[in-house]
Ligand binder design. Structure first.
Ligand code: GTR
Length: 400
């Protein structure tokens, strides 16, 4: 989209609006009442999020993937494919993504969950056949399987899904530093927006997920229109951004994604815009901090990012004791996004659109948009995976 600088004034010149921006009204105040009009609003919203919050990422960089290894793992229950995704037009020393793809043994084609990991690919399962990809990073570990109860890969495979993952630091180490990871390989002048709107870490991680989707769609064992992205917390923010800005992604699970994820910035009494930018300045662009303490001037809020996923399924899994992630304001975001699902002919929220521990997630209780709260703090575990898999079963054809 061509940037119209008058349409994108600085925070100080934007009107204060304590109400959430209406998803079905353009910035110029025009109503959006047809799917065709939504297409234009969609582009506008994507540009607004890039400009004001996450920053502009480069376009899709051509990739080449070398499958380095295919091996039977997990006592013969799965096949592991390890692939190196390279960016062919970038210099040889540019980062690569080391992707591990696990698929159930002897399947032709499966839907796949794609998740960013934080400790290395070898941490997601207890099998030392997986190549160690920690590279001495902040959360890196040499031990395999340290995150097995978090990812529950064996459960995912048993249920007829594949699981793909890469270490988020392959694309950008989680540091307030624009000189490491993928960022320095792009001249900021070549990015679409004006200075200050360059991509932050969340946008880089989301871009990396999208490059994995480029590869996964070429892999015959992957059902290309059934790729789900999932991520927890900061990686949940990146998963939501990836899903919102890439319509090839078939299902989105921003788990406990909080501020900058599903939780609204307005009236957020937990992690405010000022706090998140103060602690993690590198996650967003350099425009977003101006909205600290004046969230009401934001021309977007997070319900609009959720709306960009419509009509594709989105499950917002939250912990009722995970106060900092603010499940209440995430639920408000889902409710405010629901009219877009309705416009596009997908049933968004069924009933209240909110289920909790003990509630069954079925076609009667949930449709394309749903929040599921469990009695936990800030964590991912088997109980969540059971819910996520039920939700995916509703939408994906699953087994072959
Ligand atoms: C917190 C941050 C949250 C969330 C979390 C995490 O410190 O305030 O926004 O991203 O980290 O990633 O676990």
């Amino acid at each position: 989209m061509v940037l119209d600088t008058d349409a994108f004034p600085p925070a100080s010149r934007l009107p204060s609006n304590p109400d959430l921006p209406d998803p079905l009204e353009t910035l110029a105040g025009e109503p959006v009442s047809t799917p065709a009009e939504w297409r234009a609003r969609r582009s506008e919203l994507e540009a607004l999020f890039r400009y004001y919050v996450y920053g502009y990422a480069p376009g899709p960089e051509p990739i080449a993937a070398d499958v380095d290894r295919t091996e039977s793992v997990l006592d013969g229950k799965a096949t592991l494919l390890e692939a190196t995704i390279r960016f062919v037009d970038l210099p040889d020393d540019a980062p690569t993504i080391e992707l591990a793809l696990f698929v159930p043994t002897d399947v032709n084609e499966v839907p796949v969950f794609l998740g960013l990991n934080r400790e290395g690919n070898h941490a997601v399962v207890d099998d030392d056949a997986v190549t160690i990809t920690d590279r001495g990073r902040r959360f890196g570990t040499d031990e395999c399987g340290t995150q097995r109860k978090y990812w529950c890969v064996e459960r995912i495979l048993e249920r007829g899904y594949g699981f793909a993952t890469y270490h988020c630091a392959d694309i950008d180490p989680d540091r307030d530093d624009f000189t490491d990871g993928i960022h320095p390989y792009y001249d900021t002048d070549d990015l679409p927006g004006p200075p200050g709107t360059e991509w932050g870490t969340l946008a880089a991680w989301a871009w990396g997920l999208q490059r994995c989707v480029d590869y996964l769609r070429t892999e015959s064992v992957v059902r290309s229109d059934e790729i789900a992205v999932v991520g927890h917390s900061r990686r949940g923010k990146a998963a939501l951004l990836a899903g919102a800005t890439d319509e090839r992604i078939g299902l989105v699970v921003p788990h406990q994604s909080g501020t900058g994820g599903c939780a609204l910035s307005r009236d957020n009494d937990q992690e405010s815009v000022a706090r998140i930018n103060g602690t993690f300045p590198h996650w967003f662009n350099d425009v977003f901090p101006a909205f600290g303490s004046r969230e009401s001037r934001l021309p977007v809020d997070q319900h609009l990012l959720v709306a960009l996923v419509a009509p594709r399924p989105l499950l917002d899994t939250e912990g009722s004791r995970d106060y900092w992630a603010n499940p209440g304001r995430a639920y408000d975001a889902l409710q405010a996004a629901a009219p877009v699902y309705d416009l596009l002919g997908a049933e968004g929220l069924v009933g209240t659109g909110r289920l909790s521990d003990g509630d069954e997630l079925t076609a009667e209780t949930a449709d394309t948009l749903c929040q599921y709260r469990r009695e936990t703090g800030h964590t991912l575990n088997r109980g969540y995976w059971d819910v996520i898999l039920e939700f995916a079963d509703l939408h994906f054809s699953r087994r072959d």
